[in-house]
Design a protein around this ligand. Structure first.
Ligand code: ADP
Ligand code: GLC
Length: 493
């Protein structure tokens, strides 16, 4: 029962090659942790235009590779690199689909119209590569709608294949708000047989739904925190898929994401202005001053800085913050630093705040990894008012950086942050429940007043937060248990 597993991860993102969100962090870190437990893992992803070929030391691996889609054969190439963690990563090069700016959408956030074709192709190409290199997977682990269809290809086309026939599939849902729902006109290209275009499998009110198909065909399904697993069993959170998740019974569960502390650790982080530990916070004060300077804020150690790093998407609740940030500025002695991109209206609003609150609000519209590290290190508090949050990584990074999270108690935010208790000083952050501007106002006010009135509690909480350990090791063990269950489920079908 304890023999090493062969695992292939199919993903549309993976750090350090391509990232738009936490999915990339997870796919960058989980294989390493599985490897450390003795398993063999390979990762397969697209060769996007943005991937720095030379910098990452990629090399050509296989050309050409033919991939059968439903009504076409596509010819692509494969490149590879073996990262320093010893995990081989394979990149599917196919100019028609991946040689363009952007992963899923153009610069104006318009989704690419051929996304269903692009990601059906990726899923199929990933399986084809396993065949071509004779990597016999025990587990095909797919992530989100982008690679969900690989579960269906396995069951429909490869069930008796000499290389793929024994593989069980696991689908991880990182965000049920994105399902990959598309017009059925591409169904022939996707190539999953007309008989499977039914409401219990791939059809969703006349359209194709990639994630729904994945939930049906996967041998195990999980999401990225226990609370989000519970939430998504209810209609309010599941964007229409609650019945299908409930049908999975105990074949659907939540596993909390870990964090890659080799990149997110203030004791070793080379991207921040100074390093620090929980026993010597001197470097954190330097980081705060540097952050204040960088964003042209008043350089004052006594004013609390509240940080935000986020995709500006409805999920993140930042429109609620936008509705109260000015009353916060009027009534509290506090500074804000915001980093994000996405919704154009929010970009314009947050981007314009520094001019209106000079010395008190700083913002950067765009994507900037080094700045994300600066904000984690230099802020006193970190706010995440998400309407829903499957796991959330930033609040876990914040804990490690001694930057106390102010979060809405949902999904992984609820699972990772312990509520402050004013009587005892216990806790690691400030939680609120109501998804409203007022609730954000009061939670920020609570944190800020604690900062001024009970600094000894803040000091204790910082030390406690920095001692939290959400490393991947334990989560990787939980995934291995899921893999074994997937294999048992497949065997008993
Ligand atoms: P999600 O995946 O829903 O966006 P997570 O909290 O899981 O949320 O992960 C977000 C990741 O993306 C974090 O690593 C965060 O630092 C990073 N991130 C988000 N927006 C930006 C940005 N504008 N610049 C740099 N990093 C960002
Ligand atoms: C998604 C979720 C986020 C989660 C990440 C990694 O993007 O929105 O909450 O942390 O995936 O699993």
């Amino acid at each position: 029962m304890n023999e090493a597993l062969n695992i292939v991860m199919l993903s549309s993102e993976c750090v350090p090659y391509a990232k738009t969100g936490g999915l990339a962090d997870v796919v960058g870190a989980l294989p390493k942790a599985l490897k450390a437990l003795g398993h063999n893992v390979i990762v397969i992803m697209p060769l996007y235009r943005s991937i720095a070929y030379e910098k990452h030391d990629l090399s050509p691996f296989l050309s050409p590779m033919g991939v059968w889609m439903g009504n076409a054969e596509e010819w692509c190439s494969v490149h590879t690199v073996v990262g320093d963690d010893d995990v081989p990563v394979y990149f599917i090069e196919f100019a028609k689909y991946f040689d363009r700016d952007g992963l899923y959408h153009d610069a104006d956030f318009n989704d690419f119209l051929d996304n269903p074709r692009r990601f059906a192709f990726l899923s199929r190409a990933g399986l084809q590569l396993c065949k071509d290199i004779e990597f016999h997977p025990d587990i095909v682990h797919v992530h989100d709608w982008q690679t969900a269809l690989a579960t269906a290809y396995l069951k429909i086309w490869h069930w008796d294949d000499p290389v793929l026939g024994d593989a069980a599939s696991v689908l991880t849902i990182h965000n049920i708000g994105y399902q990959g729902v598309y017009d059925a006109r591409d169904y022939d290209y996707v190539g999953l047989q007309s008989g499977n275009f039914t409401p219990d499998k791939l059809e969703d009110h006349g359209r194709m739904n990639f994630l729904k198909g994945g939930i049906h065909y996967a041998d195990m399904v999980n999401t990225v925190s226990p609370t989000y697993a519970d939430e998504t069993r209810t209609p309010a959170f599941a964007h229409g898929l609650a019945p299908y998740l409930n049908d999975k019974g105990d074949n659907y569960l939540g596993i909390l994401n870990g964090v890659d502390y080799s990149t997110w650790n203030p004791a070793t982080d080379a991207l921040i202005p100074a390093r620090y530990t929980r026993d010597d916070l001197g470097g954190k004060a330097l980081c705060k001053a540097a952050l204040q300077r960088r964003f042209l804020l008043d350089v004052d150690p006594t004013i609390p800085v509240v940080g935000v790093v986020s995709r500006l998407a409805a999920q993140k609740g930042l429109d609620l913050l936008a509705q109260v940030i000015e009353s916060i500025m009027q009534n509290m002695r506090v500074q804000f630093v915001l980093l994000g991109s996405g919704d154009k209206g929010l970009e314009a609003y947050f981007g314009g705040l520094p001019e209106r609150y000079p010395g008190r609000i700083g913002s950067y519209v765009g994507y900037n990894n080094a700045l994300a590290h600066w904000i984690e290190a230099g802020s006193d508090f970190f706010v995440m008012p998400s309407l829903y949050e499957p796991c959330g990584l930033n609040q876990i990074y914040s804990l490690k950086y001694g930057t106390l999270p102010i979060v809405r108690a949902t999904g992984g935010l609820d699972d990772t942050v312990a509520q402050y208790d004013e009587a005892t000083g216990q806790g690691t952050g400030f939680k609120f429940w109501e998804p409203s501007p007022h609730a954000i106002y009061y939670a920020v006010g609570w944190a800020v007043s604690t900062y001024y009135d009970r600094p000894h509690h803040i000091a204790q909480m910082i030390r406690r937060a920095m001692a939290q350990n959400f490393s991947w090791e334990e989560s990787a063990r939980a995934y291995v248990a899921v893999y074994r269950k997937a294999l048992r489920n497949k065997a008993t079908l």
